[in-house]
Design a protein around this ligand. Structure first.
Ligand SMILES: Cc1cc2nc3c(=O)[nH]c(=O)nc-3n(C[C@H](O)[C@H](O)[C@H](O)COP(=O)(O)O)c2cc1C
Length: 188
């Protein structure tokens, strides 16, 4: 079994990364863990110019030719049995680099496809996706959660992941916050 750990925690001393490693200690027994530290990777969004153009993306998808390096993250993702994504809650959503990474992962023909009836077909076999996050403030309403809410939609609609979990520690930046206790509570 292979577990892909997408580490989108850019801050030194990140509490989110700590929570993710606590989760790994408890849950990733016997799995081969492959970690992507997004801060160390060249992850550029699709754009009109630059390394990953929308023109090149569209041509590649139309020709079903995925040799371009922009598809490397989607290829890795499609091979995972399990996925762990860790990211701090930023501006009610995900850090931009994680968004850019997921944009590349959502490559039609690599991690999902569209059948003749227009339905999404998963090209992944991920049995569980876990999203680990920490936030400075208190828990938000589901409609204001554009982090797990966004990742959950991709996991459900594109990759048909049967088990999608969130591990969230809220209120870490409060003056009285007991960070160790909040992280432990989030895991339980
Ligand atoms: C750019 C930025 C945006 C943030 N946006 C939010 C937010 O929308 N809601 C919130 O509760 N906390 C927000 N925070 C606080 C972080 O979510 C909180 O400090 C988190 O625990 C940071 O995780 P880390 O220790 O892994 O870096 C923000 C922090 C930063 C730096």
């Amino acid at each position: 079994m292979s577990l892909l750990f997408v580490n989108a925690c850019p801050r030194e001393g990140s509490r989110t990364e700590r929570l993710a490693r606590m989760w790994l200690d408890r849950h990733a027994h016997g799995e081969m863990v492959k970690e992507f530290v997004l801060a160390d990777l060249d992850v550029e969004p699709l754009d009109s110019a630059g390394p990953n153009t929308i023109g090149d993306y569209s041509k590649a998808v139309a020709a079903a030719d995925y040799a371009h390096p922009m598809f490397r993250y989607a290829k890795e993702f499609s091979e995972a049995d399990e996925v762990l994504i860790a990211a701090p809650f930023w501006n009610y959503g995900v850090p931009a680099k994680l968004h850019a990474y997921l944009e590349l992962v959502c490559s039609q023909g690599v991690t999902f496809d569209i059948d003749e009836a227009g339905a999404y077909v998963s090209l992944c076999h991920i049995r569980r996706l876990t999203y680990v996050m920490t936030a400075g403030g208190g828990e938000v309403e589901p409609l204001d959660d554009h982090a797990f809410g966004y990742v959950r939609t991709l996991a459900q609609r594109f990759w048909h992941v049967p088990e999608i979990c969130r591990v969230a520690a809220w209120g870490l930046d409060g003056p009285q916050a007991d960070v160790d206790a909040l992280l432990e509570e989030a895991l339980n």
